[in-house]
Write a new protein. Structure first.
Length: 93
């Protein structure tokens, strides 16, 4: 039987292709609202960041690559939410 391919996505911070399950997805939906998608299945334009690397988040903030990927302004509150999510995942692991 054939092995399933793992879905790969590119982190907007470090620009590396990684397994979708180890990335966190930020979604811009049709309403124009931004949120962190825990399931990875929400409708809308998505961008991915490494779930366990604060360096990727800092790089995405510095180069505005998250905004470029979503083609929309990302408020500071979303970055704060992502930072809290990354810090939480670092504590758990």
């Amino acid at each position: 039987m054939k092995d399933k391919k793992l879905p790969l996505r590119k982190c907007v911070g470090c620009r590396d292709m990684k397994d979708k399950r180890i990335l966190v997805r930020v979604v811009l939906n049709a309403d124009g609202s931004l949120f962190v998608d825990e399931t990875g299945k929400a409708h809308g334009r998505g961008a991915y960041l490494c779930k366990n690397s604060a360096d990727c988040l800092q790089q995405a903030y510095k180069t505005k690559s998250l905004e470029k990927s979503l083609k929309h302004h990302v408020p500071q509150s979303v970055y704060n939410l992502l930072e809290a999510s990354i810090n939480e995942s670092l504590i758990i692991e």
